[in-house]
Design a binder for this molecule. Structure first.
Ligand SMILES: *Cc1c(COP(=O)(O)O)cnc(C)c1O
Length: 357
């Protein structure tokens, strides 16, 4: 029986994605070969790559002057790679939690970092607003959704310098005005596919801004990957297949507009229960609450119920709600493939537990 999966990442994926990927693992398009075996240079795989690139462009209405890449190494490699390519003297970063901090640490290897806004003063429980982006930096970097803390920015910022966003955990959950960004990237495993591959959406003019003062190995050059259609080396073929299936599924449900409606519906139901249930309380300020990652902790004095509730939830086929160790309590990750049924199972679990204790 399929469980109610609230894992932060790798995430729950849609049934059509799982079914079609499973079929392709047995045999890709009557080719007599598995997607695990077929050459990445074959027509069959080229079609998968082309469809995935075109699919992401269509779903996010990506303008023509952008390239789409699918690269190995996850979002963490991008933390370093983007700095390697674009940080010449100084970059601005917004610090909204653990992932921002990791991005900052990697950037510091290559140049100066100015943290222009931070929510660390209140333990990352809100998303900073109204900060000024300086015009004397090579780029500004934000983490649009903070997977661990559950804060999210819902607007596409205006910036005087190239705006780069880690959208690992909210990509495909709302329409994005891509034209405001120089680069959008993320690990696919939060809302797009399996782990081990990053998506990179990069504006053409950024390639002219690449730092030529330092020698970069080929694998860390965006233009090499663009020139080779994400196949400079052997790409993560099955992961890209699954991404393509997710993109087709998103399109079939009405695109990112429909995903946003569902995300609002799901998260509103869960936040309402967290706010209502006297056993629990939310950790994030209203206005910054993520629709994708929803942390909640015990009301004061109820902490000793932790193990009992975890067992209660497990017995109801609910998995993945244990909070990140830095926040404690619980976190329900409610990505695109989460259903209202999953959410209602969790809400019912919280309500029944309230009656039981
Ligand atoms: C998970 C995550 C990452 C890291 O992704 P990897 O693919 O594991 O490197 C980076 N940023 C955010 C916001 C994430 O949620």
């Amino acid at each position: 029986m399929r469980k109610h999966i609230f894992n932060a990442g790798p995430c729950k994926l849609s049934d059509p994605c799982l079914e079609n990927t499973a079929k392709a693992v047995m045999e890709l398009n009557n080719s007599g070969q598995s997607i695990l075996e077929v050459s990445h240079r074959s027509k069959d795989f080229q079609a998968v790559m082309d469809e995935a690139v075109a699919g992401l462009k269509e779903v996010l209405s990506i303008p023509d002057n952008y390239h789409v890449l699918f690269l190995g190494g996850g979002a963490s490699t991008q933390f370093a790679m983007l700095a390697m390519n674009f940080l010449k003297t100084k970059a601005a970063y917004v610090n909204t939690g653990a992932w921002s901090k990791k991005a900052i640490a990697e950037a510091k290897i290559f140049g100066n970092v100015e943290v222009i806004a931070s929510s660390e003063d209140k333990d990352f429980t809100y998303y900073p607003k109204g900060f000024t982006i300086p015009s004397d930096v090579d780029y500004v970097h934000i983490t649009s959704n903070n997977t661990i803390r559950g804060t999210e920015i819902f607007e596409d910022l205006d910036s005087p310098v190239p705006l780069i966003a880690d959208m690992s955990s909210d990509i495909l959950s709302r329409p994005v005005d891509v034209s405001k960004y120089a680069m959008i990237y993320g690990g696919a495993q939060k809302n797009m596919g399996p782990s081990g591959v990053a998506f990179v959406i990069i504006r053409e003019d950024m390639l002219e801004k690449v730092n030529t003062e330092i020698a970069l190995p080929s694998m860390f050059k965006y233009n090499i990957h663009i020139d080779n259609g994400s196949m400079y080396n052997t790409p993560p073929c099955v992961n890209i297949f699954a991404i393509n299936e997710t993109l087709k599924w998103v399109k079939s449900l009405g695109g990112v507009e429909a995903m946003e409606k569902l995300a609002l519906e799901r998260s509103n139901i869960l936040y309402a229960e967290i706010d209502r249930n006297p056993l629990f309380r939310p950790t994030v300020e209203e206005g910054s609450r993520s629709r994708m990652n929803i942390p909640f902790i015990w009301a004061e004095g109820k902490e000793e119920l932790q193990d009992q509730f975890m067992k209660f939830a497990t017995s109801r086929n609910i998995v993945g709600i244990k909070g990140h160790r830095s926040v404690g309590g619980f976190r329900a990750s409610t990505y695109n493939a989460s259903t209202i049924d999953d959410i209602q199972a969790l809400v019912k679990c919280m309500q029944d537990f309230e009656k039981e204790v």
